[in-house]
Ligand binder design. Structure first.
Ligand code: MLT
Ligand code: ZN
Length: 463
């Protein structure tokens, strides 16, 4: 017999104190969801531990009472991974947000998992260093959630994804075991590296409590270029020419309708004199690279690969140009778009996009589709905007069917149905397009090792 909700909340209060448990409807609504709002949140309560020991105690209670746990960070996820819609206990790490250590010689930082990503960036900067992962929701997302989803963002082309930054993890797994994975070491060849199983595990193995991250020397002053390109194939020509001439920190793209939406939302004028189907936004360290960038731009214009372009002259201009890309997701959120988050090997991109555009016109006829993404990493975000008067169930059914067709195409090109947003609930039905039956069976077996009672974020990634 499971314990009653009231008994669970009472036991949690005894462990965590009165302020360590929230069970009012507002807290349930706030902590029980992410940005997808896929289903109405309905957790039994929210637990707010302050220490790894308290996290262990919560897991122990959940095992004894046979109650499921949903780990919760900044709830900025886009796949429903943090959704608690079935009476689970939400475990929010927000009170575990301290700086534990920062070492400028080793170039590392150790923080509690509930630290906001932007605070990690600020602590690194205060020590004269740089944290390499960044994205528009860095001001709200938490580092533990970034680890659990292997967050990517805008600087992957230079620094890699969150996985590449993680030197060590403190975790409490579904058995209630606390483990220090890799201990912050740079070199450690002592068998299987369990740290990497927890990176991107979306909370199905356990809860991340502390994180040790690699830091980098700070980049130079940024220069940003916005380029109008005549077709998708030209984007890759631009990537090749730019990379041959300099080292970009970011290489992003978006379509014309996306730009129009953002211009309208920000109330800004068109950034270029020429309108084009696609735009590339790239950033590089200005020092010693400005001349090479301008020479590369000349070559691209002469070859007809760029129709128009602008290079920032000041930091303020660089930031204004970045706003056009960074505001994309927030601008489109008004239409509660259906999100496809695709990864392909870069050489596969033009053929994929050509076929995907034909598919999109057929599957999403009459709907507005906005393309953008981290194209230097082969990551395309394909957003289908929900019409104002849409019947929600009909829209979801149509988009879900469209995503299946896209996933077939992605699979045929050897790509991934989730580049950086994770599988969560939203993409469970698509997992088999990117992972073989043998891989999924291995994932299930690994979950049973770390979470034999099946209490950790059940129903996410796979059933
Ligand atoms: C982005 O690239 O802006 C983020 O992944 C969020 C999104 O896709 O909407
Ligand atoms: Zn993205």
């Amino acid at each position: 017999m499971s314990a009653t909700p009231a008994a669970v909340a009472r036991s949690l209060r005894e462990m965590l104190g009165a302020d360590g448990v929230l069970d009012d409807p507002q807290a349930a609504a706030r902590y029980g969801t992410d940005r997808t709002a896929l289903a109405p949140p309905d957790p039994v309560c929210v637990a707010l531990p302050r220490t790894p020991g308290e996290v262990r105690a919560i897991v122990g209670l959940a095992r004894r009472a046979r109650w499921s746990l949903v780990p919760s960070g900044g709830r900025t996820g886009l796949s429903g991974g943090a959704l608690a819609a079935h009476g689970e206990i939400v475990v929010s790490l927000e009170r575990m947000n301290g700086l534990l250590a920062i070492d400028p010689v080793e170039r590392s930082i150790t923080v509690e998992a509930g630290m906001i990503t932007a605070d990690v960036q600020h602590h690194a900067a205060a020590a004269g260093l740089f944290y390499g992962v960044d994205f528009a929701s860095a001001g709200s997302s938490q580092i533990g959630g970034n680890v659990a989803t292997n967050a990517g963002g805008i600087r992957v082309i230079r620094y890699g994804m969150t996985r590449e930054q993680v030197r060590g993890l403190g975790v409490v797994d579904g058995r209630g075991e606390a483990m220090e994975l890799n201990r912050g070491l740079v070199k450690n060849n002592t068998g299987l590296d369990l740290r990497h199983l927890f990176v991107g595990s979306e909370g199905i193995l356990g809860i991340v409590t502390t994180v040790t991250l690699a830091l980098h020397p700070p980049p130079g002053a940024p220069a940003v270029m916005l380029l109008a390109v005549p077709d998708f194939a030209s984007i890759l020509e631009v990537l090749h020419t730019i990379r041959s001439a300099l080292a970009p920190n970011a290489f992003e793209f978006f379509g014309h309708n996306g730009l129009l939406r953002v211009q309208q939302a920000l109330g800004v004028r068109p950034p270029l004199a020429v309108a084009a189907p696609f735009y590339v936004l790239l950033e590089f360290d200005e020092q010693d690279q400005r001349e090479s960038a301008l020479a590369a731009l000349d070559r691209l214009v002469d070859a007809g690969r760029v129709l128009d372009g602008v290079l920032s002259q000041t930091l303020a201009q660089a930031q204004e140009l970045w706003r056009l890309r960074e505001a994309m997701s927030e601008t489109l959120a008004r239409w509660r778009p259906w999100k496809n988050d695709i990864a392909l090997r870069v050489p596969q991109l033009p053929a994929f996009v050509e076929r995907a555009q034909a598919l999109v016109e057929r599957e999403y006829a009459g709907l507005e589709v906005v393309w953008y993404g981290h194209i230097g990493d082969g990551n395309l975000h394909l957003n289908v905007l929900r019409p104002e008067d849409a019947d929600n169930a009909g829209f979801a059914a149509l988009c879900s069917a469209g995503s299946q067709r896209i996933a077939e195409l992605v699979a045929g090109c050897g790509g991934s149905v989730s580049a950086e947003h994770g599988i969560g609930l939203l993409k469970k039905g698509l997992l088999a397009y990117s992972r073989s039956a043998a891989e999924i069976a291995a994932m299930r077996a690994i979950k049973r090792v770390f979470d034999p009672a099946g209490i950790m974020n059940p129903g996410k990634v796979f059933d």
